[in-house]
Design a protein around this ligand. Structure first.
Ligand code: GDP
Length: 196
């Protein structure tokens, strides 16, 4: 499925403008600067081209992309110093609505920087997904920046902290957009959600 052309087809600021859920969806979430755009670019090899609409870190829209029989969804990044409390509130409202009501959402990939680990805002999103029984998967990013032993430690630490919710959390995956490590495996795992 990752050989298909990536096409941007919708951006939503409010849940009423979510497009009809015609395809299985994989959503990508994480703090600003976690490496989300780089990862999407490594996975699809065409992210920069497809991504037309936004200024990174500032937009609070959910962007929908078609990739063959799969829909990739870019959730707005969080965790930068919010200028205004209402920005955080609107993010929360939008993402909460998306993860808890979206039909067709198969899995959320929650990106976490290997070096920094899980932060309170990541935990908030996890709580939200657990409440709505949304399947999710942690993807450790920028694994090239730490020693392999520390990558493994981080993965174990995260799995340990999430083990109460085994039914909806998938094993931790690891990737580096810089070296390409883990990218093929991630593609294989995500391809399984595509409709054939
Ligand atoms: P986003 O805000 O989550 O979309 O993050 P970006 O993809 O824009 O990446 C944020 C910064 O981290 C940029 O300077 C990237 O070059 C860097 N970065 C992203 N992925 C990696 C990676 O796998 N390895 C390394 N070393 N740097 C990365």
């Amino acid at each position: 499925v990752f050989r298909n052309k990536l096409t941007f087809f919708a951006a939503a600021k409010v849940s009423s403008s979510f497009p009809p859920p015609n395809l299985p969806e994989i959503a990508f979430a994480g703090r600003s600067n976690v490496g989300k755009s780089s990862l999407l670019n490594s996975l699809t090899r065409q992210w920069g081209v497809a991504r037309t609409s936004d200024k990174p870190g500032l937009t609070q829209t959910i962007n929908f992309f078609e990739l063959g029989k799969l829909c990739l969804v870019d959730l707005p990044g969080y965790g930068f110093a919010y200028a205004k409390e209402e920005v955080k509130d609107s993010w929360e409202e939008l993402v909460k609505e998306y993860v808890s009501t979206r039909t067709g959402l198969k899995q959320v990939c929650l990106l976490i920087d290997t070096k920094w680990g899980m932060k309170p805002r990541d935990r908030e999103l996890i709580n939200l997904m657990e409440k709505s029984q949304t399947k999710y998967q942690i993807v450790l990013t920028k694994t090239d920046l730490v020693f392999p032993i520390d990558v493994a430690r981080r993965a174990m630490q995260i799995e340990e902290s999430l083990k109460a919710n085994k039914s909806i959390v998938q094993p931790v995956m690891m990737a580096s957009s810089k070296t390409g490590a883990g990218i093929r495996t991630l593609r294989t795992v995500l391809s399984k959600f595509a409709r054939y």
